[in-house]
Design a protein around this ligand. Structure first.
Ligand SMILES: Nc1ncnc2c1ncn2[C@@H]1O[C@H](COP(=O)(O)OP(=O)(O)O)[C@@H](O)[C@H]1O
Ligand SMILES: [Mg+2]
Length: 254
């Protein structure tokens, strides 16, 4: 079980995340929803051990992840929001490097990479340098890098950004299958629709504070409306129509 206990992160005096707690058990897919700036990536960085919480703790199987980050990372698959890929390497070289750093056996690296590159439609491009890849191709490389060592925990931060329709569909089905296979999945997005489809549970963040937390089935019911309405109702304090109208007014002003 992955457990976050009263996680708080302050970059300055204002907390980016405040008092966030949850438990993620095998088979659960938690969707972390919230508009930009609500604290999703900060939460993810604490869950992956990249960022130490100002307060609170992340435990995996009862142990503080900070006590054995190397061990923790072996069971973790993480797709970050922003890709830091080496542009002068080819896709193959990059993945081979990551696999080697993880200590995967050579025989396994070769066969797994061949198959995964094939499944993600990247095999023909595997020897081209990453600099020539589209955003979607880079995103697929990041996905392969996150899953190839068959981790127990998956943490995805806006994993669909830049993906084409087919890859996005494959990915959504993959997330559901991971959940059904007993993995632990934490899935961050500002797009509600995907979370509603692939997650078992949802946690909604607004300005760093959890404003709703429940199973996907329950959360809409509690407020008597669909998850979409609930989400808009909870997070959206902007009158989007009037802002759009004002933008057009400003554009037309002499
Ligand atoms: N390294 C940082 N230094 C200072 N403030 C940050 C830093 N990273 C994020 N923030 C602030 O923390 C808040 C939450 O950001 P973030 O976790 O990236 O949200 P999200 O991923 O939901 O868009 C925002 O107000 C953002 O400006
Ligand atoms: Mg983010």
């Amino acid at each position: 079980m992955l457990e976050a206990v009263q996680l708080t992160k302050r970059y300055s005096s204002i907390p980016a995340v405040q008092d966030l707690s949850f438990a993620l058990r095998p088979g659960q897919v938690i969707g972390c929803l919230g508009p930009n700036g609500s604290g999703k990536s900060t939460t993810v960085k604490m869950l992956t051990g990249l960022l130490e919480p100002s307060r609170g703790v992340v435990r995996f199987d009862g142990r503080n992840i900070q006590d054995d980050l190397q061990g923790y990372r072996r069971v973790l698959g993480y797709v970050p929001e922003e890709a830091h890929l080496y542009p002068y390497l080819s896709g193959w070289e990059y993945l081979e490097m990551i696999a080697t750093l993880r200590g995967m056996p050579w025989s396994e690296i070769k066969t797994k990479l061949d198959s995964l590159l094939e499944l993600f439609s990247l095999h023909p491009h595997r020897h081209a340098s990453i600099a020539t890849y589209s955003k979607g191709m880079r995103q697929r490389i990041l996905l392969i890098a996150a899953i190839m060592h068959n981790p127990q925990i998956f943490i995805f931060d806006e994993p669909l950004s830049g993906l084409d329709v087919t890859s996005a569909l494959i990915f959504k089905n993959l997330v559901q299958e991971l959940g059904r296979g007993g993995k632990l999945v934490f899935y961050c997005s500002h797009v509600l629709e995907v979370v509603e489809k692939v997650c078992t549970d949802v946690l909604i963040l607004r300005k760093g504070v959890v404003i709703a937390q429940d199973s996907v089935a329950n959360i809409g019911q509690i407020l008597g409306q669909s998850l979409e309405n609930t989400f808009l109702h909870l997070v959206d304090d902007v009158d989007t129509m009037s802002v759009a109208h004002d933008i057009v007014e400003v554009m037309g002003a002499a």
